[in-house]
Design a protein around this ligand. Sequence first.
Ligand code: DQA
Length: 148
Amino acid sequence: MAKKKILIINGPNLNLLGKREPSIYGNQNFEDYFKTLKRKFPKFNLKYFQSNHEGDILDMLHKVGFSYDGIVLNGGAFTHSSIAIADAIAAITTPVIEVHISNVYAREAFRHHSYFSKYCAGIMVGMGLKGYELAIRFWDLKKPTVAF
Ligand code: DQA
C-alpha cells in the first residue's frame, strides 16, 4: 500500500527556530527536528515546506490540498490575521491539523484567536516541537474521531 503523504507547513519566522526567542520556541532548528520526524515515521511520506509569504502558503495549500492525506500547519502569526489562509483550509479536502509550539493561550491576547481552527480537524497547542509529532499521529488512528 502506498505511504500516506503528509506535508508540514511552517509559516513566517519559523525558519528562525533555534535562534528565535529560545525561551519560548526552544533551541532546535526545524530542519534537524524534521530529520527526527522522518526517522520516527518511516511509514509516512513526510514533506516539509516553510515560507514567510502568505501567497506562497496559499499556493501550497491549493497544490497539495486535494491529493495529500494530511497537512500539519503552523501558520505562525498568519494564524491570527489571515482570512485568506482560513478560506483555503475550508476549500481543500485534505484534513489540516493546526499546530502551535507555544501555548498561545498563555500569551498576548492577540494570539488567542485563530482564523484557522474552525476549519481544522484538530489543534495541537503548547507541546513544543513534540506537537508536530502528536499531530502526525492523527493519521495513524485507525478510525479518526472526526468525519471528513
Ligand atoms: C506560533 C504562535 C504564533 O502566535 C506566533 O506568531 C508564531 C509561532 C507557535 O508556534 O507558537 O510565529 O504559531
